[in-house]
Design a protein around this ligand. Structure first.
Ligand SMILES: NC(=O)c1ccc[n+]([C@@H]2O[C@H](COP(=O)([O-])OP(=O)(O)OC[C@H]3O[C@@H](n4cnc5c(N)ncnc54)[C@H](O)[C@@H]3O)[C@@H](O)[C@H]2O)c1
Length: 379
């Protein structure tokens, strides 16, 4: 597909300057009318003067792939609050629940079908693409061939499409992009990455391909390494950090949780509201603020034992047994126990709002409310 790319090639210094400005406005730099509206002097002045205001930005038109998983629906809700319901299109290969279907535009999109994706982007004048489709760590290990296809072939389709249409492209990465030879406490943005899962390998591939296309063709690629994300509303998609969601449901239903990790397994985690806010703030950040294209973001880091202790402050009778699953325990043991996110904090002002006590209070209150509304008892 790369042979069809028409844009963002830094053929001349002037074109590159234009392209930088164009990308910061997240618009289609193929359009000659736009190119002509900025004189070379204006462009070079703007590129060199970081304190001056960038050109006025348009409202983005956003497409989210794999949007019916744990993260997509909530991100769409937050983006729609800012940019309008019609400007944010959710997509997936599954049938959406009625309330999601009614809440805003939804389309079928298989990331393996390049032509269909291209039609969606062109017909809907998409300017931002959030690429959420993936098979996560534990599910990926159970189906390596499918994980390779969705996580790598699907990503290539999205990269080609983003280049072709000058999109601002967001692709999440993960703590799983690190491996046993990476520094673990903390893991910095730049270090050895030799993951041992197909999920991790595909995410490192995504980070490197996106950065390569950014440097070579000016693709506006943006990637955050998310920690394990904790949320109430949607079920986690088969990751290694899923216990930290399930435990809240078990605590309020049966009062007993069987944990598939050892009690001392420390992993970086984040409340979903922080994850969505980080994603939007990062997408909104002007290009000149970004010294990297792939950033760690962190909020807290805890073990199952510490999480249980915090939940017991609210539910003293919670019973937890530990029955480590070798696959997920091995994966967790190869991941960082903490993220160094100092570059994200410095470059674009990342700051989490939730620590462990706030996370536990919010999760218990929200699940309790849902159970009450559904007429279910709470232990
Ligand atoms: N949830 C986390 O804790 C976490 C942590 C780090 C990174 N991430 C990343 O964030 C992204 C979203 O995560 P999530 O938890 O919502 O994942 P999820 O597994 O819950 O959802 C993924 C979605 O992708 C869809 N999908 C699968 N094959 C597809 C295809 N061929 N075409 C289109 N869609 C397809 C699935 O139907 C599913 O709805 C993923 O890329 C994941 O790697 C998530």
């Amino acid at each position: 597909m790369l042979s069809g790319v028409r844009v963002c090639t830094p053929a001349t210094a002037l074109f590159r300057s234009f392209c930088q400005g164009c990308r910061s406005r997240a618009s289609g730099c193929q359009r000659p009318g736009r190119a002509m509206s900025w004189s070379p002097r204006q462009i070079s002045q703007w590129n060199s003067d970081e304190s001056s205001d960038p050109p006025p930005s348009e409202t983005p038109r956003v497409l989210i792939t794999g949007g019916l998983g744990q993260l997509g629906v909530g991100l769409a809700r937050m983006l729609r609050q800012q940019y309008g319901t019609e400007n944010v299109i959710l997509s997936d290969i599954k049938k959406p629940p009625t309330e999601v279907f009614k809440s805003g535009p939804f389309v079928y999109a298989d990331v393996l079908d390049f032509k269909n994706l291209r039609e969606l982007v062109v017909n809907n004048r998409i300017t931002w693409l959030v690429h959420y489709s993936a098979l996560l760590s534990a599910v990926g290990e159970a189906n390596v061939s499918l994980a390779r296809t969705i996580n790598i072939t699907g990503l290539h389709n999205v990269l080609d499409l983003a280049l072709e249409n000058c999109l601002r492209l967001f692709v999440p990465s993960t703590i799983g992009a690190f491996g046993p030879s990476s520094p673990r406490d903390p893991a910095p943005d730049l270090c050895v990455q030799r993951p041992r899962t197909i999920y991790g390998v595909s995410k490192v591939h995504g980070e490197l391909m996106g950065e390569y296309l950014h440097h070579k063709y000016g693709l506006d690629f943006r990637c955050l390494r998310y920690p394990g994300i904790i949320s109430v509303n949607t079920k986690p998609g088969g990751g290694t950090t899923d216990y930290a969601v399930q435990i809240f449901h078990d605590a309020l239903s049966t009062g007993h949780h069987e944990c598939y990790l050892r009690p001392d397994t420390r992993l970086p985690m984040m409340h979903i509201a922080d994850c969505h806010r980080a994603t939007i703030e990062f997408m909104q950040a002007p290009e000149y603020q970004l010294s990297l294209r792939t950033y760690n973001i962190s909020a807290m880091s805890f073990t199952p034992e510490e999480l249980v202790e915090e939940i017991r402050k609210h539910l003293p009778h919670l019973k937890v047994t530990y029955n480590p699953d070798p696959v997920r325990q091995n994966i967790a043991d190869s991941w960082p126990v903490r993220f160094d996110d100092s570059n994200a904090r410095r470059d674009w002002g990342w700051q989490p709002a939730y620590g462990l006590p706030e996370l536990v209070t919010d999760m218990l209150n929200t699940i309790r409310e849902k159970r009450t509304n559904a007429g279910l008892s709470t232990s």
